[in-house]
Design a protein around this ligand. Sequence first.
Ligand SMILES: NC(=O)c1ccc[n+]([C@@H]2O[C@H](COP(=O)([O-])OP(=O)(O)OC[C@H]3O[C@@H](n4cnc5c(N)ncnc54)[C@H](O)[C@@H]3O)[C@@H](O)[C@H]2O)c1
Ligand SMILES: CCCCC[C@H](O)/C=C/C=C\C=C\C=C\[C@@H](O)[C@@H](O)CCCC(=O)O
Length: 273
Amino acid sequence: MKLSGKVAVVTGAAQGLGRGFTEAMLQQGAKVALLDIKVLDGRKTTKELASQHGQDKVLFLPCDVTDKGQMESAFQQVLRHFGQLDVVVNNAGVSEHGNWEMVLDVNLRSVIHGTLLGLDHMSREKGGAGGLIINIASMAGLLPMFHGPVYAATKHGVVGLSRSYGTPFHFALTGVRVCAMCPTMADTPIQPPRVASTPEEQLKADAHWAYVDNQGGLLQVSEVVDGFLQLVADDSKNGAVMRITKQKGVDYQPYGGGGQGVPYASRNTRSKL
Ligand SMILES: NC(=O)c1ccc[n+]([C@@H]2O[C@H](COP(=O)([O-])OP(=O)(O)OC[C@H]3O[C@@H](n4cnc5c(N)ncnc54)[C@H](O)[C@@H]3O)[C@@H](O)[C@H]2O)c1
Ligand SMILES: CCCCC[C@H](O)/C=C/C=C\C=C\C=C\[C@@H](O)[C@@H](O)CCCC(=O)O
């Protein structure tokens, strides 16, 4: 997809990878609605981006992605404000912590909801013009993560969701590509500090950073953004799961014979259901 003249929604856009995706799309001529629960940071980021790209190119909407009403209202506001919707990036996420239900709500339930809303507004079968949904999973959606089992479970869910909506069965009716991205550890505020405040936290921090250092360190946001732009540009990629690692850079997770969603893959099959 060419981004010039398109309208995108990015959740969790106030900082980190979400900010990076937003900035890159603005540079390529898109308009972007930034959604985030962090209102002050979101406003600050949006102001900075408006000063570089134009006030008419950005819209900040305070939104807790786990609140279904807030998400629905945000999508409506985007359509009212910009008049169209072409790209949805379900990026908001949190790392593993004591409240596992919250990790599940932010990292998986809200991504499912954001995907369904994106399909509602962009699907050709519902009068839309087609589009693109990119769900930000993680390498922890493909591999076990010893220090984040719930995080890993949510990201595996995001991969399964994206692969399933990214089958020809759905694309034939929606015209919406759905893909997932699986970066390894990247240098954003989600990373824990190297020095913790309690001995117990320090043990966890040491294990985390040993793991990161073992992989060759953190990815830069720009490396993840480069992969993101490749995925946006390549219309042949649907249901694709992009990996980004220090070792191999950008590549795609290979899948076997079921990768295209058999047995219900074709439009013919669908019409007989
Ligand atoms: N940084 C990494 O190492 C890494 C690696 C792979 C995948 N990811 C994934 O990338 C995505 C972005 O992470 P990041 O590294 O930029 O983290 P980050 O903490 O810098 O940014 C996450 C953003 O999501 C927002 N957010 C959190 N909960 C929210 C909610 N309920 N409603 C709305 N916004 C909410 C935060 O306010 C923040 O602005 C996440 O899904 C994360 O799991 C990160
Ligand atoms: C507290 C931090 C938040 C989590 C950030 C992130 O989402 C978590 C990532 C978890 C696991 C990363 C694993 C990375 C492994 C790779 O470097 C590499 O070993 C994988 C090689 C895969 C392959 O080539 O097949």
